[in-house]
Design a protein around this ligand. Structure first.
Ligand code: ADP
Ligand code: MG
Length: 632
């Protein structure tokens, strides 16, 4: 059979075509990263082989000396990256080098604008991977064979980075993968041993396998090993090295390798635990959100190693799900090499590692709060996820409450900048509670009638508008001995901030308006649980509040939206007797008009907190007839 008969031409997935096109045009200023990506893949492949060989050491095919080799040929204008890792079968080649499997891919491509400058920033965030070799290559060949397969089952993949590639079964005596880049004319600068070595030390020094190059005249004798190759990198797992000897750049490059990220992390913690339990963790906080932060299937970012051997990616058990954005490595000395995901779930060692790592991250975050601006960078992206922590467990409630940030009536910004400690520190004399308002959005909360009295008295109210906040406040019930109190739930208790005068006025008010309250209750009983004189309002005529034991309208809406049945709880209508409209209603003799007025009051109050009218047209008709009646 001739080579051509054996060869198939296949099309790239649409997203791959888009990615290739974007990459070639937008990553032009940082072309050298192609090498980092190829070495990163080679290293992953060596890791996978070593792991699979734990169960079946035939996969080594009598060669357990795992290494990566970089070659170049000035005449052919090629750079070649060779590994003796796990390799790929034909199906795997098609899957891995013809499609993008990353979750969030669709969202990523949907977010592209067509504006090249904007999109080139986006692509940096997406992470590039294998396809980045087309930044410097006009043609790429991959020759690979999966470890343990017959040598006749090698696969030869070729593409010019346009819309298709060819694939062919070939003979490949050695397992592993060889990637051959045929450089573009303008990329010939990379055909230089000094340059390549520089790039390797810059980006890939932390790779724990030796990265070799053929020896040449520029290297010193000590560096040369017996085979006539130089090892260019330090080839030790970075987390096993002493903290003192590792600089930020090295930490950052390792992060990019394991996180498949393009940007530096915002912070990291490297920690060696010794004693009864021995493990090392190197954990990072990314500086941007992954595309799948809200995807339930999102991969967690911690890799598990056992005694330096890679065991698995995505080791969910090593951190709680509210820290799913953390990336890094845990290397344990105590776990058995044959551990499975199932065993991880019920293993005491793993439990201790998880709580150790959780505490590490919390303390890393606490340290970060000393630089509030930096911490804001973190909070903006991951705050919502971190909030899940108090809903998930009681264990870190106190620690987490120090890390939370909220927007507030005392800050002129939607950004969440106020800590509970800030709030408590500036509480007014006599104030016993931490007041908060829950709303669909910051803007809505800002103008909520429920805040009127607080504004008048200068009392700070936290503005909670993340969907999870309703749950957060039901779990986080106090801070520093001060209870949380919703401004739109239950009777308003301003504690000792309320003056005797206020209290007396209220009593008088409620007496004088008993009759009005009863009259409104009579016509509104279908819609409200109770009617009472308000203490919250200064400028609006009415507002709705929920009973202290009721769920709260906001949470009801969320539950309803998720298809759950919610017990029907009617709100309480509070009216402001000092408001001209309420005064007018009080003096209304005509029962039909009184009825209309009462409904208008209720509907207004509902609208002002973002509620939906059951009969909007009815509301408008009533309002219009009132306007007409009044202008006569
Ligand atoms: P990522 O490394 O983030 O998964 P890449 O685009 O870099 O994405 O690589 C895609 C996939 O191709 C890898 O996940 C791996 O399965 C496969 N692959 C790439 N290079 C190699 C290699 N040298 N050996 C084995 N598999 C490889
Ligand atoms: Mg990769």
């Amino acid at each position: 059979m001739s080579a051509k008969e054996n060869q198939e031409t296949l099309g790239f997935q649409t997203e791959v075509k888009q990615l290739l096109d974007l990459m070639i045009h937008s990553l032009y200023s940082n072309r050298e990263i192609f090498l980092r990506e190829l070495i990163s893949n080679a290293s992953d492949a060596e890791d996978k082989l070593r792991f699979e060989a734990l169960k079946n050491d035939e996969l080594y095919e009598k060669d357990a000396d795992l290494k990566i080799k970089i070659e170049f040929n000035k005449d052919l204008k090629t750079i070649t990256v060779v590994d003796n890792g796990i390799g790929m079968s034909r199906e795997e080649v098609i899957e891995n080098l013809g499609t993008i499997a990353k979750s969030g891919t669709k969202e990523f491509f949907d977010s592209l604008t067509g504006d090249q400058t904007k999109d080139s920033q986006l692509i940096g965030q997406f992470g590039v991977g294998f396809y980045s070799c087309f930044i410097v290559a006009k043609k790429v060949e991959v020759i690979t064979r999966r470890a343990g397969e017959d040598r006749a089952n090698g696969v030869h993949w070729v593409s010019e980075g346009e819309s298709e590639y060819t694939i062919e079964i070939v003979d490949k005596p050695k397992r592993g993968t060889k990637v051959i880049l045929h450089l573009r004319d303008d990329a010939e600068e990379f055909l230089d041993s000094f340059k390549l070595k520089n790039i390797i030390t810059k980006y890939s020094d932390h790779i724990s396998f030796p990265i070799n190059m053929d020896k040449d005249d520029e290297s010193s004798d000590e560096e040369k090993d017996v085979t006539g190759e130089d090892t260019v990198n330090s080839a030790t797992a970075i987390w096993t090295r002493n903290k003192k000897d590792i600089n930020d750049d090295e930490y950052n490059e390792f992060y990019k390798h394991i996180a498949h990220d393009f940007e530096d992390p915002i912070a990291y913690a490297h920690n060696k635990v010794e004693g009864k339990l021995e493990y090392t963790s190197l954990l990072y906080l990314p500086s941007r959100a992954p595309f799948d932060l809200w995807d339930r299937e999102q991969r967690h970012g911690v890799k598990l190693y056992i005694r330096r051997i890679f065991i698995m990616d995505d080791a969910k058990q090593l951190l709680p799900s509210w820290l799913r954005f953390v990336k890094g490595v845990v290397d344990s000395d105590d776990l058995p090499l044959n551990i499975s995901r199932e065993i991880l779930q019920q293993n005491k060692v793993v439990d201790s590692i998880r709580s150790g790592c959780t505490k590490k991250i919390i303390s890393l975050l606490k340290t970060m709060t000393k630089d509030e601006e930096k911490y804001q960078g973190f909070w903006k992206i991951f705050g919502k996820v971190l909030k899940e922590g108090v809903v998930d467990t009681q264990d870190y409630k106190e620690d987490l409450s120090f890390l939370f940030r909220f927007s507030s009536t005392h800050e002129d910004t939607e950004e969440q900048k106020v800590s509970l400690k800030d709030y408590v520190d500036r509480m007014q004399e006599g104030q016993n509670s931490i007041y908060y308002v829950i709303a669909d959005s910051y803007m809505m909360a800002k103008s909520s009638p429920h805040l009127e009295i607080f504004k008048k008295k200068g009392i700070e109210v936290l503005i909670l508008s993340d969907p999870i906040d309703e749950w957060v406040t039901s779990h986080l019930t106090e801070f520093d001995g001060k209870a949380f109190q919703s401004v739109n739930k239950g009777e308003l208790d301003l504690g000792d901030i309320q003056s005797e005068d206020d209290k007396n006025k209220r009593k008088k008010n409620s007496k004088a308006n008993d009759e009005l309250v009863e009259r409104i209750k009579g016509v509104m009983s279908e819609k409200v649980k109770d009617v009472r004189i308000t203490e919250r309002l200064t400028t609006s005529p009415a507002c709705l509040v929920s009973d202290s034991n009721d769920m709260g309208r906001h949470l009801e809406q969320i539950l309803q939206a998720s298809g759950q049945t919610v017990p029907d709880s009617k709100p309480i209508l509070e009216i402001n007797p000092d408001h001209p409209i309420v005064k007018k209603i009080g003096s209304e003799k005509d029962n039909a008009l009184f009825n209309d007025w009462s409904h208008i009051l209720f509907d207004q109050a509902l609208l002002s907190e973002g509620g939906q009218l059951t009969d909007p047209v009815g509301f408008i008709n009533k309002l219009n007839s009132m306007i007409i009646a009044m202008s006569k």
